[in-house]
Design a protein around this ligand. Structure first.
Ligand SMILES: NC(=O)c1ccc[n+]([C@@H]2O[C@H](COP(=O)([O-])OP(=O)(O)OC[C@H]3O[C@@H](n4cnc5c(N)ncnc54)[C@H](OP(=O)(O)O)[C@@H]3O)[C@@H](O)[C@H]2O)c1
Length: 308
């Protein structure tokens, strides 16, 4: 069978590298779109040799990346300007998730890329108070408006966060709980990576042009996740607040000077309202099979992180 090329935008990120791995496992040829400053070490160790240098803030570079030969059968967009990882690169990242993503959609459409898989965020259309969540919804609308065939995977909260602090805390018997008592949709990024590879390579065209919520079978509180760790590891793990409550009283006083912090606080405030749950798990079931339970997800995570 012909080997298909998939371009991964944000390949040097946490999820991006997992997506690359999942695509390679399915026999795809991966083209990693990276910035000139991106680290390629992990991607090279996975066996990636096709790199294309481009920046979301540079439309001409995106046109070149999308027009590279052999033409890509799909583009996966996992890049995020608003993230602790991306902030390590100096320069203005504020336009990457807005104008940058629009330029990427334009470049994909101009190059005739047959499908665009967007890594989006659960309930982004209802999160107007959180700019980097709502910008995903703006990109979904732009994809539809430009008639670029797409599938948007609206992911819940990653069990493994970008700076994965969970394993070291779990070893000490603690699950860091961002919003105590509030149930959230949870996803392990390797599961999301697998769905993404399926979306890029295997789903029929009839599955495109919609957004799909991605998470476990039920929303889980931190206490429920800690209980799952306890069962999987056979030793006690308790949920403890990731941040002291006092912090949320003090921080708003300084946010006018720190826009990133302001956005992060908006995320926590939004999560506390309990809206970070799937309103339609059926689509995920139809496209990707039965939803994993929280315990299955935690068990896979523990195995992969060497916790068991
Ligand atoms: N964390 C969660 O709970 C969660 C939940 C739902 C959805 N998501 C979404 O999942 C996706 C992946 O998240 P992640 O935590 O894995 O991301 P990440 O590790 O922060 O990686 C971000 C990626 O974006 C790239 N990037 C940033 N600015 C760019 C620019 N101007 N041009 C080109 N590339 C640029 C970075 O490249 P460099 O290496 O060069 O910096 C990096 O590859 C994001 O879209 C995020 O919104 C996350």
């Amino acid at each position: 069978m012909e080997t298909r090329t998939v371009t991964v935008v944000g390949a040097s990120g946490t999820l991006g590298a997992d997506i690359v791995k999942a695509l390679l496992e399915k026999g795809a040829r991966v083209r990693a779109m990276v910035r000139a400053t991106s680290s390629r070490t992990k991607l090279e160790s996975l066996g990636v040799t096709d790199f294309v240098v481009a920046d979301l803030n540079d439309p001409a570079s995106l046109q070149r990346a999308m027009a590279a030969e052999p033409r890509a059968a799909a583009v996966v967009a996992s890049a995020a300007g608003f993230s602790a990882h991306s902030a390590r690169t100096k320069g203005d990242n504020s336009r990457a998730d807005t104008e940058g993503y629009r330029s990427l959609v334009d470049a994909a459409r101009d190059a005739g890329v047959p499908r665009f898989v967007l890594i989006s965020i659960l309930e982004c259309d209802k999160a107007s108070q959180v700019p980097h969540f709502y910008q995903k919804f703006e990109t979904e609308k732009y994809l539809a408006e430009k008639r670029q065939p797409y599938l948007s995977l609206r992911a819940g909260a990653f069990l493994d966060r970008a700076r994965d602090i969970v394993p070291e805390r779990i070893r000490k018997g603690v699950f860091p709980d961002i919003v105590p008592g509030v149930p959230m949709a949870l996803v392990y990024s390797r599961d999301l990576a697998r769905y993404t590879a399926q979306a890029a390579l295997e789903l029929p065209a009839s599955a495109l042009n919609q957004s799909v919520d991605i998470g476990c079978d039920v929303p889980a509180t931190g206490a429920m996740v800690a209980a799952a760790f306890t069962r999987v590891l056979g030793r006690p793990v308790v949920a403890k607040p990731a941040f002291p409550r006092l912090l949320f009283t003090v921080l708003p006083l300084v946010t006018p000077f720190l826009p990133r912090l302001r956005d992060s606080l908006a995320v926590v405030a939004w999560l506390r309202k309990g809206g970070y749950v799937s309103s339609d798990p059926q689509k995920q079931r139809e496209l990707f099979g039965d939803l994993p339970t929280v315990e299955e997800t935690v068990a896979r995570y523990c195995r992969d992180k060497g916790l068991v």
